[in-house]
Design a protein around this ligand. Structure first.
Ligand SMILES: [Zn+2]
Ligand SMILES: [Zn+2]
Ligand SMILES: [Zn+2]
Length: 237
């Protein structure tokens, strides 16, 4: 997968990932505002392709950061998720059942109902995983603290993220709109060729080709909140 630039959502400018980290520290802070933390998140397998910068208050619980990652990037059907920070595992099950909770207790997992400020310091990193069966694994790092535009309680803001990785249909030159999931590697199809495929219409045989490290996995179809969708290809040179 290719190294992709991304967009800063404050000024709408385009930068490569490393330059974006520097840019945000100049572009985001305000003279007044609330204390905010800037997290840098990357896909573990394709860190140059899928990356994200998110603002969140240090007083927010760890569960709020989990919620941000779910809403923007990974949530398909409410699977288990976890952060490993400094050797401790913090787990969340949106729909817990008694057996799972006992297993978590035996595995010495903690809850995510702890303030971010209690588990992170600037520069600290965490490993994140969503879904135990088909996991999506992310790297999370607390990049900086600054004063910025106030957020609603427990809220978050996407400061910047990668453009959509361009892919073409396996049968023509049109952009991929779907992935055929009943094969490996997954096969990209344009809308027209997907609809002509014999498996079109079968449950989850085709999943939308969306801008997320979870693309094509389980039943992932992109963010439920339309405002969190970003399906824009990188601008031309
Ligand atoms: Zn900017
Ligand atoms: Zn799922
Ligand atoms: Zn096609």
């Amino acid at each position: 997968m290719q190294a992709l630039p991304g967009r800063c959502f404050a000024c709408q400018r385009t930068f490569p990932q490393a330059a974006m980290a520097e840019h945000l520290l100049a572009c985001r802070p305000q003279h007044d505002g609330q204390p905010l933390w800037l997290f840098h998140i990357q896909d573990n397998d394709f860190p140059d392709t899928f990356w994200l910068f998110v603002e969140i208050a240090p007083t927010a619980p760890l569960a709020a950061l989990d919620e941000a990652l779910r809403q923007v990037w990974v949530d398909c059907c409410g699977h288990y998720s976890q952060f490993v920070i400094g050797g401790e595992t913090y787990a969340r099950r949106p729909t817990p059942d008694p057996v799972a909770l006992v297993l978590d207790e035996h595995a010495a997992r903690r809850t995510m109902d702890v303030p971010l400020a209690q588990v992170f310091t600037v520069g600290a990193a965490a490993a994140y995983a969503y879904d135990e069966v088909w996991p999506t694994e992310l790297r999370v790092r607390l990049l900086a603290e600054y004063a910025g535009h106030p957020l609603a309680e427990g809220g978050f803001r996407v400061a910047a993220r990668n453009y959509k990785p361009p892919r073409t249909c396996r049968l023509c030159a049109r952009p991929a709109a779907w992935l055929y999931t009943d094969t490996w590697p997954l096969e990209p199809y344009c809308d027209q060729h997907a609809r002509q495929h014999p498996a079109w219409g079968q449950d989850d045989a085709f999943l939308p080709y969306v801008n997320s490290p979870r693309v094509g996995l389980c039943t992932y179809r992109g963010p439920a909140d339309e405002a969190l969708r970003f399906e824009v290809e990188p601008p031309g040179p």
